[in-house]
Design a protein around this ligand. Structure first.
Ligand SMILES: *Cc1c(COP(=O)(O)O)cnc(C)c1O
Length: 271
């Protein structure tokens, strides 16, 4: 879809800025295809049949304890209530822990157990095994909202949220790592607000889901499409390796102009 509408994006990612004006129907159709591919893969891996019309959240990353994979399960009754209001809610998890990270591995076990306990006919939670690049690509393109719940200030970056943004998938995340810069509230996604403890931050997550994400998804498909375009235009055009390497080169590796200017200024000062 991007190749058709913004072919120059492959040469220079800055052109993704033009995504602000993408034809909404084409973009929504491309997302629907990505969602179908993901749900087909989930079906073949787990046997679980998910509904392409239902709001689908993604959470996939290295399972380190600071990322708090179980934060969404803090108040299961509340999550079920939101699923009922949304006419269904699907949550897809994936991620491995380091082989020597025992607390991380225990956390995966807890997510799998909680998922089985909490799931019902409206709330479906699935944990996919063998998270790797191929599944990462399917997930960041195929879910509707990308979730990240790190404990501040431990998230260095959170690159999966950037991959989601390139696919027009907004984030609902703690303001840590890249999301401090990438979040424009209601425009590129939503912030989970800081709280004094996990319970308070989980409460903010539920509140944003209930009052911002679900109503927009259910009642305002045009506004949702605009949000997807914003996400590619603002964040896809900026959070990419093209821009990163350019800035490293100019600002850090070869800041030639800067050096020359400083020298001239020093000489002027000494003179
Ligand atoms: C993107 C990706 C990661 C890193 O995700 P973060 O959000 O930076 O934690 C790890 N593993 C795979 C397979 C990925 O695709």
């Amino acid at each position: 879809m991007l190749d058709t509408n913004i072919p120059a994006w492959r040469r220079d990612n800055l052109y993704l800025r033009s995504a602000i004006d993408l034809p909404e129907r084409e973009m929504s159709a491309a997302h629907a295809r990505a969602k179908e591919s993901l749900l087909a893969e989930i079906g073949s891996r787990s046997g679980l049949v998910l509904d392409p019309k239902v709001l689908t959240l993604g959470f996939a990353r290295r399972v380190a304890t600071y990322k708090r994979a179980t934060l969404m399960f803090t108040d299961p009754a509340r999550l079920v209530e939101i699923a009922e209001k949304a006419g269904g809610l699907q949550i897809v998890y994936a991620g491995k822990a380091h082989p020597q990270d025992e607390p991380g591995k225990a956390l995966i076990q807890k997510v799998v157990e909680d998922a089985a306990r909490i799931s019902n006919n409206l709330l479906k939670v699935v944990y996919l095994e063998n998270y790797a690049w191929d599944l990462g690509a399917l997930l960041t393109a195929g879910v509707d909202v990308w979730i990240n719940t790190p404990k501040r200030p431990y998230e260095a970056s959170g690159t999966s949220g950037m991959k989601a943004a390139l696919n027009g998938v907004p984030s609902l995340s703690i303001l840590d790592g890249w999301w401090i810069e990438g979040c424009i509230e209601g425009v590129t996604g939503w912030a989970i607000e800081d709280g004094a403890n996990d319970e308070e931050e989980a409460a903010s997550l539920y509140k944003k889901l209930e009052t911002a994400v679900v109503p927009l998804y259910l009642d305002a498909p045009e506004k949702w499409a605009r949000l997807m375009r914003n996400t590619i235009a603002f964040n896809g055009s900026y959070f990419n390796t093209n821009r990163m390497v350019k800035q490293y080169t100019r600002n850090a590796y070869y800041p030639i102009k800067l050096l020359e200017k400083t020298k001239v200024e020093e000489e002027a000062f000494v003179g």
